[in-house]
Design a protein around this ligand. Sequence first.
Ligand code: HEC
Ligand code: HEC
Ligand code: HEC
Ligand code: HEC
Ligand code: HEC
Ligand code: HEC
Ligand code: HEC
Length: 434
Amino acid sequence: MPSIAALSSMRRPRARRGKAAQLFEVHRSCSSRRGASLLRGRADLVIAVGDGLRRNGHEVRNAALRIRAQLLISLQHDLYRIWAFIPPILVILLWVGPLGAQTERASEAQPRQRPVPACAMCHMQAQTQPATSMAHGLETIEECKVLSARPLLTFTAGKYSYRIERHGDESLYSVSDGLQTLTMPIRWAMGASTDFGQTYILEKDGELYESRVSYFSALNGLDLTLGYQDIKPANLLEAGGRRIFLGEELQCFGCHATNAREGQRMTLEKMTPGVQCERCHGPAEEHLASVTGGDPNPVKMKHLTRMSTEEVSEFCGQCHRTWEDVIAQGRFDINDIRFQPYRLTGSKCYDVDDRRISCLACHDPHHELDSNTLDYDAKCLACHGRGQPKALVCKVSKNHCASCHMPKLELPGAHHKFTDHRIRIVRANEPFPG
Ligand code: HEC
Ligand code: HEC
Ligand code: HEC
Ligand code: HEC
Ligand code: HEC
Ligand code: HEC
Ligand code: HEC
């Protein structure tokens, strides 16, 4: 049904086009009379709402969602109002739609944003999640803010010199040994958040390569990619980067993107860059079709709200690395600092059954990481404020708990300090507790 197609088209970023232009197109198709007549109200949803309200809190919340769905669907005569559910900033973007071409040129050096998923009509999560680092864990080269804002980046390592040059929507990566130069187009930026930095996925003769040099936010420039410090390239191609074979490609894109793989096959044609709704919640197509179609028993999505603390660690750990992953790797050193689920499991605070120490107690995956240490105090005090008999009260301080007990430690080569999730009393000059 075209209305769903129109809504779905909001989910996939189209290369080479500005956000304003994309949103304008969706807006236009939603506002068409044909689209409107297909979004006719369905009173039967309201019956389901009545049922839901009589049950527990979970049902009440779902009922509220359904009311919202119902409201949206019954707005068939005035689809403009749908946009009232989307923050004013987006509405402004819609109005500048007709100026799309002009805005696009003017914003060349500005961040390219993703279209808002259709889910935003009913779920608040979709209004904030697309702007998170996780959602930008992979960026197409067109939308890569770091490179569009930096037309030329250069770096030298031994006899090799590197250049990353921006040409319109593309970036070329070249490496020279003084005699010969090898140039490869950059296909993707991985780790696209501006917090740490990013590594580039290059293409040569249809094969993908991981760039030997990466961009680091702390340096505002290039340096050797983490892990390449001790590797001497044998030739110009190796100095450019390392070939990524299928198995590794599946893993990289599996953690940094959505719908990138089906079993052992890459599905780049279906992929949406970054960690998006479907990467965590599973396929949403049928759910979206049934809720927008007014189905009284909408197709359900995977419930993630009821996971135990251990299940959450496993869930986030599929990408952030679990305890098992680190054991299997058989190395215990500072490199593991970034594997939060593993680190947290090693803390005395960790209890598989206590949700107050779950990743979700401190982080909402739909919002950007909160960098204010004070905001985490309440999380600690939920147990250490006499909420848990074995959790003692600190004699040293009443606030900023994480700043002392979750130290930020530099990962050599990463030009970034990670937060040690092994919550503990930190002793001066202690070796890293692996
Ligand atoms: C027209 C409104 C509407 C739209 C659009 C919509 N949903 Fe939903 N969603 C609902 C309703 C209603 C429920 C509750 C269904 C139930 O459980 O009976 C729900 C439930 C969910 C849940 C389960 C929440 C929980 O309790 O864990 C998830 C996850 C979800 N939707 C994700 C999505 C995603 C992803 C999209 C976009 C691709 C989307 N939804 C689009 C109305 C909508
Ligand atoms: C098992 C999942 C997983 C795989 C496989 C994976 N990454 Fe990541 N990557 C992550 C997570 C999670 C982060 C978030 C940062 C953190 O806390 O370590 C990240 C962060 C990054 C960053 C940001 C900078 C940094 O060092 O933290 C870069 C760059 C990056 N990954 C590149 C890659 C490349 C290139 C590949 C493939 C060769 C890859 N990743 C494979 C999960 C993965
Ligand atoms: C599909 C893989 C995947 C899953 C599942 C996942 N993450 Fe991530 N996460 C990433 C990647 C990749 C990044 C790095 C994004 C970047 O910086 O480029 C990241 C980044 C983050 C960051 C932001 C780091 C920063 O400095 O901005 C937080 C916080 C985070 N994840 C928490 C979680 C939590 C909590 C869960 C579980 C509910 C989770 N993640 C599940 C892949 C994943
Ligand atoms: C990194 C993984 C991840 C991504 C990406 C993600 N979610 Fe979630 N989502 C979760 C987890 C985990 C929960 C359970 C949260 C909790 O229990 O606090 C959740 C809960 C929800 C809920 C139920 C909230 C509630 O209070 O019951 C909805 C609705 C939802 N997500 C929608 C979305 C939508 C829409 C998107 C995309 C815009 C999205 N999520 C992206 C992991 C994710
Ligand atoms: C008791 C609270 C707490 C819990 C539980 C917790 N975190 Fe954190 N996390 C923090 C704090 C505090 C920071 C640092 C925030 C800042 O200063 O930027 C952080 C930072 C992060 C970062 C950013 C990278 C870094 O290392 O600085 C990621 C990713 C992350 N946490 C993932 C997770 C995951 C995954 C889990 C579950 C295994 C988890 N966290 C559990 C408090 C917590
Ligand atoms: C789920 C409840 C819970 C939460 C949340 C929690 N802790 Fe704990 N913590 C405990 C318990 C229980 C112990 C004592 C365990 C024992 O001695 O066996 C403990 C021990 C500690 C210790 C002593 C560790 C040692 O090495 O002797 C410190 C320090 C600590 N917690 C700090 C914090 C900080 C800071 C936070 C928030 C970032 C926090 N905790 C969050 C339950 C919790
Ligand atoms: C300025 C750094 C600092 C801050 C901030 C801080 N602590 Fe501590 N904390 C310490 C030190 C140092 C010790 C060890 C004291 C000792 O062994 O005499 C300690 C001890 C503890 C212990 C073990 C108590 C015991 O008697 O064995 C717990 C639990 C704890 N802190 C929790 C917290 C919590 C919760 C917060 C926030 C409300 C917090 N800390 C804030 C430095 C700090």
